[in-house]
Ligand binder design. Structure first.
Ligand SMILES: Cc1cc2nc3c(=O)[nH]c(=O)nc-3n(C[C@H](O)[C@H](O)[C@H](O)COP(=O)(O)O)c2cc1C
Length: 240
C-alpha cells in the first residue's frame, strides 16, 4: 500500500470511530432518550405490551356439572355493552369456572366491598376443582332466581348473567354475559335508590404492584367536568 493510501485508510478509520461507532456505544439507561421532548407530556417510557392498568375485582359464581357452587376472583372484567346490558369476564381455560360456564351457559358476578377483601383473594388462590370455596370462606352460596348460577350472599352487589357469547383471545377466553338482573344490598344505596359508591366501597387490583386499592374521593362529575373544553361544532365537525 502506498503512503498516500495508508494515510487515507487511517483517516477513514478515525472518522468511523469518532462519528459512526461512537453513536452505537451503550448509554446509561437513565440517560436514554424516551419518545418526545420533556415538558410536553410526551416523555413516556415504553414498558412493553403488558396488562398494567388497575382493574375492578369481581367474583364469578357458577355451578359445576354436579351442581356444586363455585366462585373465582377475576380482574380482567368490565361492563361491555349498555343495550342489552352486558358484562365481559376473561377466564383461562385452566380455571374450573371456565368449564362451568361452558356447561351451564350462565354465571353471576358478585362485586365485593373492601370488607370482603380477604375472602375475595382466597377465591383467587384455590380452585373449585379441589375445594369448596364457600365452605372455606364461610360465605353463603345463594341460588339465583333468574340464572343457573350461585352468587355470594354477603357481597353487596350482584349481577346475574346468561351467556351471550364467548371469544377466544389467547390465554383468556372472554365470556360476554347479558345482564338479566342486578341485585343490591339496600345498605349501599343512596336516598334516590342508585348505587352509592362511597357506601359500596368496591376495590381494584393493580397488576404492577400486585396490590388491592380502594376507591378514592369523588373527583368530579362525569359528562360535566370536560364541558369547558367543548367548542361549538362547526359545519366541518358534523357527522355525514
Ligand atoms: C386479584 C385476582 C384477579 C384474578 N383475575 C383473574 C382473571 O381475570 N382471569 C382468570 O382466569 N384468573 C384470574 N385470577 C386467578 C383465578 O381466580 C384463580 O385461578 C382461581 O383459582 C380459579 O378458580 P376456579 O378454578 O375455582 O375457577 C385472579 C386471581 C386474583 C387473586
Amino acid at each position: 500500500m502506498a503512503d498516500k493510501d495508508r494515510y487515507l485508510a487511517r483517516l477513514i478509520v478515525a472518522a468511523l470511530l469518532a462519528f459512526g461507532l461512537g453513536a452505537c456505544a451503550p448509554q446509561d439507561p437513565a440517560k436514554e432518550p424516551t419518545s418526545g421532548a420533556k415538558g410536553t407530556g410526551m416523555n413516556k417510557k415504553s414498558l412493553g405490551a403488558k396488562t398494567l392498568p388497575t382493574a375492578p375485582v369481581w367474583a364469578v359464581g357458577t355451578y359445576d356439572r354436579a351442581g356444586k357452587p363455585n366462585v373465582m376472583t377475576a380482574a380482567w372484567v368490565g361492563i361491555c355493552c349498555s343495550k342489552p346490558p352486558c358484562v365481559a369476564v376473561s377466564l383461562r381455560k385452566a380455571t374450573y369456572t371456565y368449564g362451568n360456564i361452558m356447561a351451564r351457559k350462565a354465571f353471576t358476578v358478585s362485586v365485593p366491598s373492601e370488607a370482603f377483601l380477604k375472602q375475595t383473594d382466597y377465591f383467587g388462590l384455590v380452585s373449585g376443582q379441589e375445594v369448596d370455596k364457600f365452605a372455606g370462606s364461610g360465605l353463603t352460596a345463594a341460588k339465583s332466581e333468574t340464572v343457573d348460577a350461585p352468587y355470594v350472599g354477603e357481597f353487596p352487589l350482584i349481577i346475574e348473567c346468561k351467556l351471550l357469547n364467548s371469544f377466544e383471545l389467547g390465554l383468556h377466553t372472554m365470556f360476554v354475559g347479558e345482564i338479566v338482573d342486578v341485585k343490591a344490598d339496600p345498605a349501599v344505596l343512596g336516598p334516590d335508590g342508585s348505587l352509592d359508591a362511597g357506601k359500596f366501597k368496591p376495590f381494584f387490583f393493580d397488576p404492577g404492584s400486585r396490590q388491592y386499592f380502594g376507591l378514592g374521593e369523588p373527583l368530579g362529575k362525569a359528562f360535566e367536568a370536560g364541558k369547558g373544553l367543548v367548542k361549538p361544532a362547526g359545519p366541518a365537525a358534523k357527522q355525514p
